[in-house]
Design a protein around this ligand. Structure first.
Ligand code: MG
Length: 372
């Protein structure tokens, strides 16, 4: 049962290249399946989220993070009567534009591009992947996704202005995205805040004492777990507390969004789009906790010295490879050399690097830049 304000697949603005209907999958289900079958999706498995395999095989990578976001987003969407197929497609595609080496890779790639008067943005890159780079179908380049999925890729986490990005004008930049897209950003944050606490604790970069003292709400939940399971080992009580943090954020988002939809008198998708702000937000109390948790992660985990080797590698490997291909574009794969006839060389190199997995970029670096 879809709510009145949900996106309806029958009302989709459709694909760039019209295709016949599938006998038993609707267009959003097909888009979800196209994402899952794409090469960019498979590469997520070998891209860093926060921790690399150097620490353990149990830590999240971009693929398992993506699956956690999809699971959280599906739950929220189901409760709110939103279009779960669209939500799932958007969640599964939301990180395909990320370069190797996690956040450090993104920063490094953006920094080298800025030296050429350009920049790197993972949402724009994701759009280029699904519009152009994926070569899978004989009838068209890219995945030929529906408008709503492409719009969600661009608008789920960021507002782009049409003055700055005239090429994105078709995505109704003066309007809010549907709730299906709005909730992806929050599901993403719920997923990585809790996962990073978990992985940080497992990696022994965060102690229980630190987390109990610094993460809003955690201490109370840990106390509940201690009383309920006095003989359980610490990690299991930690898991119980973390699970309750996740549940609290998800529950709050569902309730707060329901209240806001009512208060704003939202009756249809058009109302969601025309509303002056995004409706999908946490309540003020939980928003405050979310901010506190994020601050805790920045202060205690993301800049931890233990993560430095990968950050230094990201900067060094990306910069050296980028500079190498700027001087020797003839060493790029043939298809990228051809692209460089239509687009600027820095953009083509950036596209190539952004698509790489952590493993592949190390191999390329070894091959072209030696062991420097
Ligand atoms: Mg993400």
């Amino acid at each position: 049962m879809l709510a009145d304000y949900a996106v309806r697949v029958e009302q989709s603005r459709g694909r760039r290249i019209p295709e016949p209907q599938h006998p038993y999958r609707n267009d959003f289900q097909r888009d979800r399946d196209r994402v899952i079958h794409s090469r960019a999706f498979r590469r997520l498995e070998a891209k860093t989220q926060v921790f690399t395999r150097r620490f353990s095989d149990h830590f999240r990578n971009r693929l398992t993070h993506t699956l956690e976001v999809a699971q959280i987003a599906r739950t929220i969407a189901g409760q709110l009567g939103l279009n779960v197929d669209l939500v799932e497609a958007l969640a599964l595609v939301h990180d395909v534009g990320h370069p190797p080496f996690g956040h450090a890779g993104e920063k490094a790639l953006d920094a080298v591009m800025r030296e050429h008067g350009l920049f790197f943005d993972h949402n724009l890159h994701a759009l280029r992947i699904v519009e152009d780079f994926e070569l899978r179908y004989a009838a068209f380049r890219g995945l030929n996704l529906t408008f709503e999925v492409r719009e969600g890729i661009i608008k789920h986490s960021h507002d782009y202005s049409v003055e700055q990005f005239p090429e994105l004008a078709e995505y109704l930049l003066d309007q809010r995205p549907p709730l299906e897209a709005q909730l992806i950003d929050l599901a993403d944050e719920i997923a990585y805040d809790t996962a990073d606490l978990d992985d940080g604790y497992e990696a022994r970069l965060l102690t229980l004492l630190q987390i109990r003292g610094g993460v809003p709400g955690f201490d109370g939940f840990y106390g509940d777990a201690e009383r309920a399971y006095p003989s359980a080992i610490e990690k299991l009580k930690f898991n119980e507390a973390l699970k309750r943090i996740l549940d609290r954020m998800v529950g709050d988002l569902i309730h707060n969004l329901t209240d806001r939809i009512k208060a704003a008198g939202i009756r249809c998708l058009g109302d969601v789009r025309a509303y002056p702000q995004r409706l999908a937000t946490f309540s003020p109390a939980v928003e405050e906790e979310r901010r506190g948790t994020k601050q805790f992660l920045y202060q205690n985990l993301y800049f931890s010295a233990a993560l430095n080797p990968e950050k230094i590698d990201a900067e060094r490997v990306i910069r050296q490879l980028f500079d190498f291909w700027m001087v020797k574009p003839e060493s790029l794969p043939q298809s990228y050399q051809e692209k460089a006839e239509q687009e600027s060389l820095p953009r083509v190199i950036c596209d190539y690097i952004a698509g790489m997995t952590d493993n592949f970029i190390y191999e390329q670096h070894e091959k072209y830049c030696g062991n420097t």
